[in-house]
Design a protein around this ligand. Sequence first.
Ligand SMILES: *[C@@H]1O[C@H](CO)[C@@H](O)[C@H](O)[C@H]1NC(C)=O
Ligand SMILES: *[C@@H]1O[C@H](CO)[C@@H](O)[C@H](O)[C@H]1NC(C)=O
Ligand SMILES: *[C@@H]1O[C@H](CO)[C@@H](O)[C@H](O)[C@H]1NC(C)=O
Ligand SMILES: *[C@@H]1O[C@H](CO)[C@@H](O)[C@H](O)[C@H]1NC(C)=O
Length: 430
Amino acid sequence: SQRGARLWLCALCCGRLARGQPDDGKRYICRAVPLSGDASCPVTLLPELSAGSQEEELRNTVMQLRETILQQKETISKQLGAINELTTKLSLCASASDDRKYDKGSSWGKDKQNTMGDVPRDPNDTIDSLGKTMQGLKDRLENLEQMRANISGAAFPSELRDLLQRRLGELENQLLKKVSNLEEEKSMLSNATAAYRLKTENTLNALVERISELEKGRPPHQFKLSLPQRTNYLYGRITKSLPEMYAFTLCMWIKSSASPGIGTPFSYGVPGQANEIVLIEWGNNPIELLINDKVAQLPIEVRDGKWHHICIAWTTRDGQWDAYQDGEKLGTGDNLAAWHPIKPGGVIILGQEQDVVGGRFDAGQAFVGELSQVNVWDRVLRPAEVRAMANCSAYMAGNVVSWLASNVEVFGRGAFKRPLEMCQERLPNA
Ligand SMILES: *[C@@H]1O[C@H](CO)[C@@H](O)[C@H](O)[C@H]1NC(C)=O
Ligand SMILES: *[C@@H]1O[C@H](CO)[C@@H](O)[C@H](O)[C@H]1NC(C)=O
Ligand SMILES: *[C@@H]1O[C@H](CO)[C@@H](O)[C@H](O)[C@H]1NC(C)=O
Ligand SMILES: *[C@@H]1O[C@H](CO)[C@@H](O)[C@H](O)[C@H]1NC(C)=O
């Protein structure tokens, strides 16, 4: 038959090739010879399917895969390193914020900065790139399997086919192992990322809580000035001065157990008159109010180490004054610097008596204890307003001096601004 003749021709041709041609490492493929054709050998060279180049290609693939895997391992260990570093920083940060309670020995308002170290790389990127790498490896694996299927179907000598099959099998096993290693590393990385996220969230929550505590739970007047020792260098200074005034009310919360006297919680000196307004208790004298260096003794008594709310109201009209303690008016008088206007532009010092404006302090007259909500109004407050502040039903900010942390400067090592106890806790019978 025609078909038989063609096959025969082909076999003859291939036999001739096998006997006569040097082994050049290339494979030839036989095709049926058309009957009308001449006697030349109908062989087509198929270099792209030659075994040598295919092996080469496989070797290259393996090398490439090895390289990729090595690179991935390096990347992963770098990323794990970064995550460990972040975790360490975070735990440092978390323990630091746990420790940073208010009653540590540093100035409130200055130590609430939190640094969380470097901004971390987005952990999503890490996971994404690992995912892409694995997808790439899986694709290549499928390609190899396809190639193997192609090879087993092709007309290769059985030894070569077996060799290729074996190699591909090894390669496949290696790849599967690497992929599963990668899967595991990715899962570890995921877990580390999740743990890191949790930690970050916890830290952030703690910070947010503290911030909202500062913003809501602790309004800006909810701090105190603490002057724990009798020195001539611990004091607070109000950054605002007073205007000219024909009346005023000075209120404050005060706590002291100093003996014999509590010293000078408040002094206002102006050029030419260091004792323009002074509140002082020294020696065994009662608390005194000085206005323009004139003196009135006040029937208030606070040196029991508890918080007390005191207010002093004065008007130039007849030099009349009222003294309140814990919301009650305990005394009143007149002819204290009558018809004297309070001079403007001086300096308010908390905790020291000024012999010159803003200075020349005397440790013997220094206040020891705590002060808060030192407010000044340029009018005489009504008794009900004073009572409401003293019984915690209202807080009023002074219209000429308002108790804000930004208005109070602290001087001297050992002097602090600290959060103030809640009002109810400051009541005398609390
Ligand atoms: C990180 O991935 C999660 C889950 O896939 C996603 O909800 C979140 O928006 C991603 N974050 C960023 C910063 O891309
Ligand atoms: C395997 O053969 C199919 C069709 O025969 C072809 O599409 C595919 O590209 C081949 N794969 C390889 C890796 O040679
Ligand atoms: C990651 O966490 C999951 C579930 O929490 C767990 O099944 C898996 O074993 C963990 N992987 C590693 C590597 O620890
Ligand atoms: C506090 O004082 C104000 C003003 O006198 C008064 O109206 C209020 O009832 C008092 N509140 C308490 C809890 O004593």
